[in-house]
Design a protein around this ligand. Structure first.
Ligand code: BGC
Length: 362
């Protein structure tokens, strides 16, 4: 079965459909039905600590089961060695395809080598698996676009092309071990750079490279601590921070906690990503300005579709064959489209679509 699978994977022509966003039919996989019986999909998720991965995992499990696959879903508690062992166990217990959202994109080498030796196709989920030629496909959201949506929001909200400024800006970026983090940062920074260079935006702390702004493991406490340090060093004299650009919601939450405890100035514009429940509540309460909604249901559906196409030796739907080089070459990718969210459209995006119930946001 595995040998046949590999040749099927190698023989599929990549469909560079150049569609933007996930197709509306992403949920109707061609693998649905009896033919999926006896086929096992290993799904490795980084952690249960952050809300989105629980949703990603359970959406995928439900969709894969509905398509008739057996599912081995594991969460690795943000511990790389645990993730390696879990993937190795999936391989030895007969997984036919692996779907992996890595804790650290470059640290799963041994497990990926084992998958390759066993001819098991690997789909990198949301985060690219780096420096391994075991990776067949990548499915994610357009990560650079997430950053440009955040940056453009700042430009528009402050009316940077017309307002006199200058405005004070601080930046909180993501985990250096996550390949996505650089895309988010660069997408936003590329939009804001002209205004930083012209002096209309002033980074008071001076911390504006990715490394200076990074948040290892995306942890809320880590971003909170850094924000507290910045506030006490640069803003305790009454200086206002006008914008705090945060790459995602878990880091934005840390900044929001720090502001609540250590800041008396005008409340800044704060960006985020994911529409986590706590952050959506904060948007409703005026403590976070926006987020970027990445509907994990669409990504899960797209991946289930990919799994079916791989297993059946069909053409695999991708829409980007240039952006994501993992160090061994470009990995054919499917990029779903992220969507701007704020207090004005959250109901439609999150409640009307059934992503959350109204009660969850109370
Ligand atoms: C994901 C983001 C998420 C972050 C922290 C990134 O890889 O793309 O959606 O906020 O990890 O979990």
């Amino acid at each position: 079965m595995k040998k046949k699978l590999l040749s099927a994977v190698l023989s599929v022509a990549v469909v560079a459909s150049l569609l933007v966003g996930c197709g509306s039919d992403a949920g109707t996989t061609s693998s649905e039905g009896a033919s999926a019986g006896g086929t096992k999909v290993g799904v490795s998720m980084p952690t249960k600590d952050l809300q989105r991965w629980n949703q990603d995992g359970s959406n995928m499990e439900a969709e894969l089961k509905a398509a008739g696959y057996e599912v081995d879903l594991q969460y690795a508690s943000n511990d790389v060695q645990t993730q390696v062992s879990q993937i190795e166990n999936m391989i030895s217990s007969g997984a036919d395809v692996l779907v992996i959202a890595a804790i650290e994109g470059s640290s799963l080498g041994e497990a990926l080598d084992m998958a390759k030796d066993a001819n098991i196709p690997v789909i990198a989920y949301d985060r690219l698996l780096m420096n391994s030629d075991a990776v067949s496909y990548y499915a994610t959201f357009d990560n650079y676009m997430v950053g440009t949506v955040q940056g453009q929001y700042v430009v528009d909200t402050l009316d940077l092309d017309n307002a006199a400024g200058p405005f004070n800006l601080e930046i909180t970026a993501g985990d250096p071990g996550d390949n996505n983090a650089g895309y988010f940062f660069n997408g936003a920074y590329d939009v804001l750079k002209p205004y930083i260079e012209s002096g209309k935006l002033n980074v008071v702390s001076g911390q504006q490279t990715f490394d200076e702004c990074a948040t290892p493991t995306w942890a809320t406490e880590v971003s909170q601590k850094r924000a507290e340090d910045i506030l006490s060093s640069y803003y305790s004299d009454g200086t206002n921070v006008d914008v705090w650009l945060c790459s995602n919601d878990s880091t934005a939450l840390g900044v929001e906690n720090a502001l609540a405890a250590n800041y008396n100035g005008n409340y800044p514009i704060i960006t985020g990503q994911d529409c986590d429940i706590e952050n959506t509540k904060n948007m409703i309460a005026g403590k976070q300005s926006m987020s970027v909604f990445k509907d994990t249901r669409t990504l899960a559906s797209q991946v289930v579709k990919m799994v079916g196409q791989i297993l059946k030796g069909e053409e695999v739907d991708v829409n980007d064959t240039t952006t994501y080089d993992n160090g061994t070459g470009v990995i054919p990718s499917y990029l779903c489209q992220p969507v701007f969210a704020d207090v004005n459209n959250y109901k439609e995006l999150l409640i009307d679509s059934g992503y959350y119930t109204e009660d969850q946001l109370k």
